[in-house]
Design a protein around this ligand. Structure first.
Ligand SMILES: *[C@@H]1O[C@H](CO)[C@@H](O)[C@H](O)[C@H]1NC(C)=O
Ligand SMILES: *[C@@H]1O[C@H](CO)[C@@H](O)[C@H](O)[C@H]1NC(C)=O
Length: 120
């Protein structure tokens, strides 16, 4: 965790966004891809882009309650946590995902995106 560095880069992003309002750049919490097939690299990946404004403790499931077997977290801001759950209501403890591609035991039925260290 490098909060100072992250803070600075976020500030730089925010400045860039306000300097170029026409660009409508969304500030991202992160980007991940998922696959219904176990293992890496991902087969037939589906893309998810989570905006910083989407932070919430609420459990999120996927379209049609799809269970994903693998995930590749491509980018994620260090102020936030992507927690993967193997239940639809996220009542299991969950596992905080780091960057990269992996297949959590029990699959991914739900997730939360929270920002315990946010400064915005
Ligand atoms: C998804 O799962 C939840 C919890 O099991 C259930 O209440 C809901 O009806 C399901 N939705 C679909 C589209 O299957
Ligand atoms: C939703 O899930 C059910 C059960 O897995 C499946 O039969 C159905 O085709 C899915 N619907 C869509 C639109 O993907």
């Amino acid at each position: 965790m490098k909060p100072i560095t992250a803070l600075l880069s976020l500030a730089a992003l925010a400045t860039a966004a306000s300097a170029a309002p026409m660009e409508e750049r969304m500030l991202l919490m992160g980007i991940f891809r998922t696959s219904q097939t176990w293992g890496c690299p991902l087969q037939n990946p589906e893309l998810f882009q989570i905006g910083l404004g989407a932070e919430s403790p609420d459990c999120r499931t996927f379209y049609n309650n799809t269970t994903y077997a693998a995930i590749n977290v491509e980018t994620w801001v260090p102020q936030c946590l992507l927690t993967l759950h193997n239940t639809y209501d996220c009542k299991d403890p969950g596992i905080v995902s780091g960057l990269g591609c992996w297949s959590p035991e029990g699959g991914i039925k739900g997730y939360t995106a929270t920002c315990p260290w946010k400064t915005w």
